[in-house]
Ligand binder design. Sequence first.
Ligand code: SAM
Length: 352
Amino acid sequence: MADQVIRTVDLFAGAGGLSQGFAMSGRGYEPVFAVEVDPAAARTFKRNFGCDVYSGPIEMVTEYPEADVIIGGPPCQGFSPLGRDRDDESRSQLNELWRHYLTAVREIRPKVFVIENVPEFQRSAQFARLLELMDTDPVLRDYAHGHGVLHAADHGVPQSRRRGIFIAVRDVDEVPWPPPATHGPDTRQAYRTVRDAIADLPVTPIREEIGWDGDQQDLHLKRNPRPTSLERYRAIPEGGNRFDLARNRPDLLPRCWAEKPTGTTDVMGRLWWDRPSVTIRTEFYKPEKGRYLHPEADRPITHREAARLQSFPDDFVFEGTKIEVARQIGNAVPALLGRAIAEHVHDIAFEP
Ligand SMILES: C[S@@+](CC[C@H](N)C(=O)[O-])C[C@H]1O[C@@H](n2cnc3c(N)ncnc32)[C@H](O)[C@@H]1O
């Protein structure tokens, strides 16, 4: 048990995948405040963490509580890579949401802040501007920092997902990078796979709408595909994709794909049992959007399966409609990646 309470504020909190990881680390992190504009996600956060949640745009927050750690990252708004920009000057201005994140840092002056974003962010002109501010801003220059792109599978998540992570710690000499991998070829544990995560769930879900099974939320939801869709799913073997459909059942190939014989290989793809899954996005229930077919059943993965692949524990409760819950699941930082970040931060900033 942790002997110290470490107060966290989660900005752009979503359902709270990152906060869940911090909680799962068992190092004493406790959310005291969160900001989230999406009402369903804000309700999810409140339900699972019980702290004060501002359910609105960060632009409207006027006061922050005291805290030791700020976590979260302004959502990506299309970054232009460094050097490839005709107008570096204007693109390097941190946008509105960034300004609000940094306002929270200046007001709270936490011991640590963690920024999570798409990997591309770290190659953007805006990121270069952030690094410049870390040297020149009177508050920010008290922080040492480390950053890089972390692969969720390296930290026990049964999913291939890369996130850009930036960790800043006040009044330390350095922030070692990266947090050590626990899974994968360079470690003693193999990557966790789709089989590890979901093989115990029934192949045929029964419920169509979110409900309850005793005190556990049932998210293992059935869909009702049209007969043609079902036939398309059947034509795709484990690890296959739309090219198998073209080969096995050309009569079922939608015209737009027939006219585009090259391109992404994940469309209408089927997952492999013995590999980590592909990145779970917000529309994982639509096979035409990615490699989301179950490794053997003729259906896309269910909400429960997607939540497992994101390493949410089954007792985490989601609020909202099926579409809203899917968005929260797909947007989340996988909990186990959050836990790895939390442990690393603890070692640097809070070890006695
Ligand atoms: C990538 S998601 C966050 C995921 C979260 N860290 C997790 O682990 O579950 C980004 C979130 O920012 C929220 N958001 C976007 N603009 C916002 C704003 N202006 N104020 C507050 N939240 C905002 C979105 O609704 C979305 O839930």
